[in-house]
Design a protein around this ligand. Structure first.
Ligand code: NAD
Length: 422
């Protein structure tokens, strides 16, 4: 099939290259000229395992452009994969989605063939019906479900494992209202052997939010139990090993520690809270999930002060700047919160990350950066472990003070070792 992908960020590029590998022709559309240039050089615009190789292998099957006319007229399905960040009040900022929908619609106005618009961006339940379809209809002067198809196909990939997740999803969710669209998307997804769920538009939107809200809840639950374990001198990892063996519970997402960050969990939980409140419902559990998450970096700083006292002029090293390992994504990373607080307390911050230093420098030029994890550890008064990059298991921590937010086993050899929740 011929596919266009609007928005070539983490989701767009992996989805597009994945579909190219499955034998489809793909056109990426983006408003960022730098990204278009990189993709057309057949290089990945993000750091993601396996992506570079797939982009080289399928180099004839895709290109990138800023030209919506070219992309929409030469494809049968458009996936909208633009960002949906938070507004200052936590509600969802739909400006990128609205911009993309308007641009797609202006070309649909000129297109005679049936075209499917599938929303892959994460949007709060009701958005496709209440905002995206009216935008598409207004600017195309055509009718949804008759002249063009509309669907919601939420994305569940994990950064760091995104390529593997694309080819091996746990499920494919297709929200649609008309049979023709359903059939086209069913055919496109036919190589996937996982369960496929066909639902209406807002159910598909809610499945994505409920999934992310549950995973965020599981992490905050692990952190709450972990915080109690810490006070009791219990290793929460042993506790969750025992808990996770219950088949009703499942062992994943029980890594107690610094909490979640990234471009999805914080913003999606906030957006669901804001949507619920607009509907007159007070989502107490979801609010507490965020509160517990916000507490964890503060607890790390408290542990640091327990050993160093006043932080003024102390050299504090951060190991890891990304929100999780195997990605270069620093959005809502715990490192950002920690750096802010450390600088406020006049500490001297030294940081190291295997891939994200250049990105982080754009936010914090007043931080000093190390060229290796060992260099960082050797030149600070205390080390904070912020991201569980595998290479941090190969560092010599002897003689140091280490506060570990992610359970790096080798760090236990430090002179002073404190686990955040163990
Ligand atoms: P991103 O910020 O990395 O990428 C968005 C891209 O859209 C950028 O390249 C930007 O230049 C482009 N863009 C913005 N406006 C545009 C327009 N009008 N026309 C064309 N391109 C435009 O975002 P992301 O992390 O890929 O997330 C995209 C969506 O997928 C979000 O809704 C997010 O919540 C959801 N999602 C993300 C992940 C993830 O792990 N990152 C996982 C599942 C779902």
């Amino acid at each position: 099939m011929n596919i266009s992908i609007v928005g070539s960020g983490y989701v767009g590029i992996v989805t597009g290259i994945g579909f190219a590998e499955m034998g489809n022709n793909v056109i990426f559309v983006d408003v960022d000229p730098g990204k278009i240039e990189i993709i057309n050089k057949k290089e990945p615009p993000i750091f993601e395992k396996g992506l570079k190789e797939l982009m080289k292998k399928n180099k004839e099957a895709y290109y990138a452009t800023d030209n919506y006319i070219d992309a929409i007229l030469n494809s049968d399905i458009t996936f909208i994969c633009v960002g949906t960040p938070s507004n200052p009040d936590g509600s969802i900022d739909l400006s990128q989605v609205m911009g993309a929908a308007k641009s797609v619609a202006e070309v649909l106005a000129k297109k005679d063939d049936f075209h499917v618009v599938a929303v892959k961006s994460t949007v709060v339940p009701g958005t496709t019906e209440e905002v995206i379809i009216p935008t598409l209809e207004k600017h195309s002067k055509k009718g949804a479900f008759v002249d063009f198809g509309v669907a919601v196909t939420p994305e569940f990939l994990r950064e760091g494992e995104a390529v593997d997740d694309f080819f091996n999803p746990d499920r494919v969710v297709i929200g649609s209202e008309d049979e023709r669209t359903r059939k086209i998307l069913d055919e496109l997804h036919s190589p996937f052997k996982c369960p496929k769920l066909f639902v209406d538009l807002k159910t598909a939107e809610m499945i994505k939010y409920a999934s992310n809200a549950f995973l965020a809840t599981k992490i905050s639950f692990a952190n709450e139990i972990g915080n109690i374990c810490k006070k009791l001198g219990i290793d929460s990892y042993k506790v969750f090993e025992g808990v996770g063996l219950d088949h009703r519970i499942n062992p994943s997402f029980f890594r107690a520690g610094l909490g979640f960050g990234g471009s999805c969990f914080p913003k999606d939980v906030k957006a669901l809270i804001a949507k619920a409140e607009r509907l007159g419902y007070n989502p107490k559990l979801l609010k507490t999930v965020l509160e517990i998450n916000d507490m964890q970096p503060a607890m790390m700083i408290d542990l640091l002060k327990k050993h160093l006292g006043n932080l003024s002029d102390k050299r504090i090293g951060l190991l890891g700047l990304t929100f999780k390992p195997d990605t270069d994504d620093i959005r809502e990373s715990r490192a950002i919160i920690l750096v802010k607080q450390l600088l406020k307390e006049n500490a001297k911050v030294f940081a190291y990350d295997p891939v994200a230093i250049e990105k982080f420098k754009r936010l914090y030029s007043d931080v000093e950066y190390a060229s290796s994890a060992q260099e960082l550890v050797d030149n600070v008064d205390a080390v904070l472990i912020v991201t569980e990059w595998r290479e941090f298991e190969n560092v010599d921590y002897r003689g140091k003070i280490v506060i570990d937010g992610r359970r790096i086993l080798k760090a236990r050899e430090a002179k002073v070792y404190e686990g955040l929740c163990w």
